[in-house]
Design a protein around this ligand. Structure first.
Ligand SMILES: *Cc1c(COP(=O)(O)O)cnc(C)c1O
Length: 334
């Protein structure tokens, strides 16, 4: 079955990052950024590649409503809303919490509403129960005469992960001798798909704390995708960047975000791509990635989510820096 649809213009750019490479102790030609943050749908990010497959399946099934779930700041939910808008499909997003807890919804929530998605607030149901709540919402939609299609959390089914087999093959055509691809590991489909294209040894996943057993999750998806038996132990996964937990910004990630911003004008997000960068930095420090090896950071996007965490970032960088002129002040003082 190949019902894939096109949701952006491909390929995404692959750029060198020489000043960032130097800051890490790598050579100028060693480090590349795969700019999937620049995917041309709904603010960009990795989830769009998976949606080309999952929304393709929804259309093939005759659906008129996309239903998905995630945290309220989910980039996947935002891009599902954007895909629905582009294709003329209704979208219902199932989030934990209440409308009040997000009354001044910022970041991705602003875009969800701009794209016309409706939100079902699941209250304080257990996060592990969200799949059941989503099933229930689909049942209600069917009772209301709609034809819903549920896309799993993060778009990470074996079908959705095919989007990153595509992404990995695209990268290989741009940089055939790539040795390391560093990627944030959330729901796992992105890393699983990359393994489908690049094999286990070239893909380094940086666990972000979104799933309980990252190696088992990714091995399961990659196994289902490739039809090979993939052992969790064979995967390269770093768990040293989870810190206090999913969605909490901690010092190494902030430092990675600052370094990328100050050397390349490159924006990373506090939940995923900032962690991937922090994992890359620690992989260089402990010799897992060495100078002279071709390394790619997959920039998975997440910029809108950053604006759902602005207080954290402000607190962490001590707010705005003032410019205080040293010479004669041009002010209106007497
Ligand atoms: C979802 C997400 C990831 C992780 O991708 P998974 O396929 O869920 O592992 C990485 N970066 C960003 C910005 C994301 O939104």
């Amino acid at each position: 079955m190949n019902d894939k649809i096109v949701l952006s213009t491909w390929p995404t750019p692959l750029e060198r990052a020489p000043r960032l490479a130097a800051a890490l102790g790598l050579g100028g030609a060693d480090l590349w950024i795969k700019r999937d943050d620049l995917i041309g749908l709904g603010g960009g990010g990795n989830k769009a590649r998976k949606l080309e497959w999952t929304v393709g399946a929804a259309l093939a099934a005759g659906a008129d409503t996309l239903v998905t779930t995630g945290a309220a700041q989910s980039n996947h939910a935002r891009l599902t809303a954007a895909a629905g808008a582009r294709l003329g499909l209704d979208v219902v997003l199932v989030f934990p919490g209440t409308r009040d807890s997000a009354v001044n919804g910022s970041g991705n929530l602003v875009l969800d509403s701009l794209f016309g998605a409706r939100i079902f607030w699941a209250g304080d149901s257990d996060p592990s129960a969200m799949a059941d709540v989503t099933d229930e919402v689909c049942r209600q939609l069917r009772d209301d005469g709609a034809r819903p299609f549920a896309i799993p959390f993060g778009g990470s089914s074996p079908l959705g992960a095919r989007g990153y087999v595509d992404g990995g093959e695209e990268l290989l055509s741009q940089l055939p001798d790539v040795e390391h691809v560093v990627v944030a590991l959330g729901s796992g489909g992105t890393m699983a798909g990359l393994i489908g294209a690049l094999g286990e040894r070239r893909v380094l996943g940086v666990h972000c704390g979104a799933v309980a057993e990252p190696a088992v999750t990714v091995a399961g998806l990659a196994g289902a995708l490739t039809g090979r038996d993939i052992a969790p132990d064979a995967l390269r996964i770093r768990a040293d960047q989870v810190g206090p937990g999913y969605g909490v910004l901690h010092e190494p990630v902030l430092e990675a975000m600052r370094t990328a911003a100050l050397t390349e004008g490159l924006v990373l997000d506090p939940v995923y791509s900032g962690r991937a960068m922090a994992g890359l930095i620690s992989a260089v420090r402990d010799g897992d990635i060495r100078p002279g090896q071709r390394s790619v950071l997959l920039h998975t996007g997440g910029l809108p989510g950053l604006f759902g965490h602005t207080e954290t970032v402000h607190r962490a960088v001590d707010g705005l820096r003032a410019y205080e002129p040293e010479g004669a002040s041009p002010s209106t003082e007497e």
